[in-house]
Unconditional design. Structure first.
Length: 284
C-alpha cells in the first residue's frame, strides 16, 4: 500500500535516527528487505487511509530510503498495544541460534554481518558466545536481554556457579556485563574454571574486589526488600497502562497531543510500552 496513506499513532523521538537500533534495522532492510511486516488497521473516518499499529521505525526507514509503498498486515483490531505487547523480540541466545542456523544454511558471514550492521569480527564473537556456558544456565537466560559480554563472564565460572549467577541476574533483573563481573568477583576461587589463576578485573585491586564482595552481599539484601514492594508497584503500573492505552487508542487525542504536547505523548507511549515495574536496562 502507499506509505503516504499510512498514519502513525505515535511520534518518534528526533534522536531515534542516531540510535544503534535504527541503524541496525536500516542495514537489515537494505540487505534482505523487511522481514517483519508493519501492522495497520483501516482508519475509521478517513477512507483509504490506515493507522500504523506496529512498525513505526520500519516505515520511517523506508521513507528515508525513498520508498513509496510497503507490504503490510491489515488488522481488524485498532488497539496498537495489543501488537506492541504480543510481538516477541529476539533475545541474545535466540539471535545466536538464528546466526548459526543462517550460516549452516549457506549465508556468508559477510552478508549476515551487513544485514545486522556489525563487522565480521563481532559476528564471529556472537557465534562463539555460548561455547562453555552450561545448558541449565542457558535455559534460564534464553529469553533474557543478556549482552555478549555477560556470557563471556559466565564462561569463567564452573557450571554450578553459572547457574547460581544466572539466578542472581534474573532476581536483580539486571543482565549487564558490569553486574555479571561483580558476581564473578564475589565467586570463590574454587568455583572458577581456572581455579589456580587469581581473579583479575581490569582496574581493580584485591582490596577493591574484597569490598565489592561485601557490597554485593548487601545488594542481595536490598533486592529482597524491593521484591516485597514489587506487587503493589506492578498493580499501579497496570492501572496506569490501561487508562493511557484507552486514551492513545483515540486518534483525535493522539493528534492533539502530537501538536500541542508532543513530550507528553512520548512519555505516555513509554508507559504503555512498559512490561514491568522493574527499571529497564536503558534506564540504568
Amino acid at each position: 500500500m502507499p506509505i503516504s496513506k499510512i498514519l502513525p499513532v505515535k511520534a518518534l523521538r528526533k534522536s531515534v535516527k542516531e540510535s544503534q537500533k535504527y541503524r541496525q534495522i536500516a542495514a537489515s532492510i537494505a540487505e534482505v528487505g523487511i522481514v517483519e511486516l508493519p501492522v495497520v488497521t483501516r482508519h475509521r473516518n478517513l477512507s483509504g487511509n490506515y493507522l500504523l499499529l506496529d512498525g513505526h521505525l520500519r516505515v520511517e526507514i523506508l521513507k528515508d530510503m525513498g520508498k513509496t509503498e510497503v507490504e503490510c498486515l491489515i488488522s481488524t483490531d485498532d488497539e496498537d498495544y495489543t501488537y506492541n505487547k504480543r510481538i516477541s523480540r529476539l533475545a541474545a541466545v535466540q539471535e545466536h541460534h538464528m546466526m548459526k542456523r543462517a550460516i549452516a544454511n549457506g549465508v556468508s558471514q559477510e552478508r549476515l554481518a551487513r544485514a545486522l550492521n556489525i563487522n565480521v569480527g563481532s559476528l564471529q564473537r556472537r557465534v562463539r558466545m555460548l561455547e562453555g556456558v552450561c545448558t541449565e544456565a542457558l535455559n534460564l537466560l534464553k529469553d533474557k536481554a543478556c549482552p555478549v559480554r555477560t556470557f563471556e563472564v559466565l564462561k569463567k565460572m564452573t557450571p554450578l556457579r553459572q547457574i547460581e549467577a544466572a539466578e542472581l541476574l534474573i532476581n536483580a533483573n539486571n543482565y549487564s556485563a558490569p553486574y555479571a563481573s561483580a558476581i564473578y568477583v564475589s565467586t570463590p576461587q574454587d568455583q572458577l574454571v581456572n581455579a589456580s589463576r587469581p581473579k583479575r578485573v581490569k582496574g581493580m585491586t584485591p582490596e577493591a574486589m574484597g569490598r565489592m564482595e561485601r557490597e554485593l552481599a548487601q545488594l542481595q539484601q536490598n533486592i529482597s526488600s524491593i521484591e516485597g514492594r514489587y506487587g503493589a508497584d506492578n498493580l499501579h503500573l497496570t492501572v496506569a497502562k490501561g487508562y493511557l492505552s484507552k486514551l492513545l487508542s483515540n486518534i483525535r487525542i493522539v493528534q492533539y497531543l502530537s501538536k500541542r504536547n508532543p513530550e507528553f505523548l512520548s512519555e505516555f507511549q513509554n508507559i504503555v510500552d512498559m512490561t514491568s515495574a522493574w527499571p529497564t536496562e536503558a534506564a540504568r
